[in-house]
Design a protein around this ligand. Sequence first.
Ligand SMILES: C[S@@+](CC[C@H](N)C(=O)[O-])C[C@H]1O[C@@H](n2cnc3c(N)ncnc32)[C@H](O)[C@@H]1O
Length: 305
Amino acid sequence: MVETSLVMRQAGRPNAMELVSSSSSSGEQEETSYYSKDFVWDELREEIEKDPSLAHHLLPFTSTSTSTSSPPSTHSDSCSGSWNSFHRRHSTGKFFKERRYLLKEFPDLLRGLDTLLELGCGNASSVLPILRANPRITIYACDCSDRALEIARDTVRSADPSLLSRFHTFLCDFSRTGLPRDLGGVDFVTLIFTLSAIPSQLMLQAIGECFRVLRPGGVVLFRDYGLFDMTMLRFHPSKRVGFREYVRMDGTRSYFFCLDTVRKLFGDAGFLVVQLEYCCVKSTNRRRGKSMRRVWVHGKFQKPL
Ligand SMILES: C[S@@+](CC[C@H](N)C(=O)[O-])C[C@H]1O[C@@H](n2cnc3c(N)ncnc32)[C@H](O)[C@@H]1O
């Protein structure tokens, strides 16, 4: 898995740039320049559709395409096992960098006295910058991995113990069991690289839970892997577990979203689309001289008033 910190996209300044550090799956540090509109997504799509070596990514999925080594994409396989192992392996909590760019991408987070629910909080890389930047926000955060929750609390505590009074965690696989019934009226839900980890057949009900717990007018802030992201194109055909859906070596899953799929999922759950776009970023590993094209989906969805 390659995960990157990044990106300043500022209205009217499409090429605003930030120099950041990101880590690759090998743990190696890369100094990388990020731009938000480095390339046009449709041109990337055309290139990929013409490349015979990538044709397997475009084929419809049938269950016979699944390798015997891949876990079945059924409703019964729980996410907590593979994610617990993942978080144990990355127990320093440093695998995902602090996502400070979220404050620029979603300036609503700095607005005022709000409650936010972060779904799939991992090691707190999204919540920590928000807690620091907005002293009036209270964050509820869940994860299906109890190890992730321990790491998240430790990360927040070591950054600043006083932040813990505004940070409340609970164990929950919200795609299967739903969110606690007594949770409701929250101003924001953040879904940051979490929906892609949920089997596609459970996504609509997971988004339905976001809708249920938001107050009218509340919003979901969404960021996740986009269709034809470099990490998708690196998956071996045997790792496909669904259409645009893959399983990694460690058993965690990743779906790659096109805008239409995201629009339909949130629309079917009752949301209004406020923002929805690809973020296309060319990052360069200067040491290796390799350029990588990253694609993310950025979205903001509102529960009607
Ligand atoms: C890629 S990490 C993203 C973590 C965090 N949102 C961030 O911005 O860095 C995905 C997280 O979602 C959690 N997760 C995956 N499926 C989940 C589910 N169904 N319910 C709750 N958490 C889930 C995983 O344990 C993992 O911590």
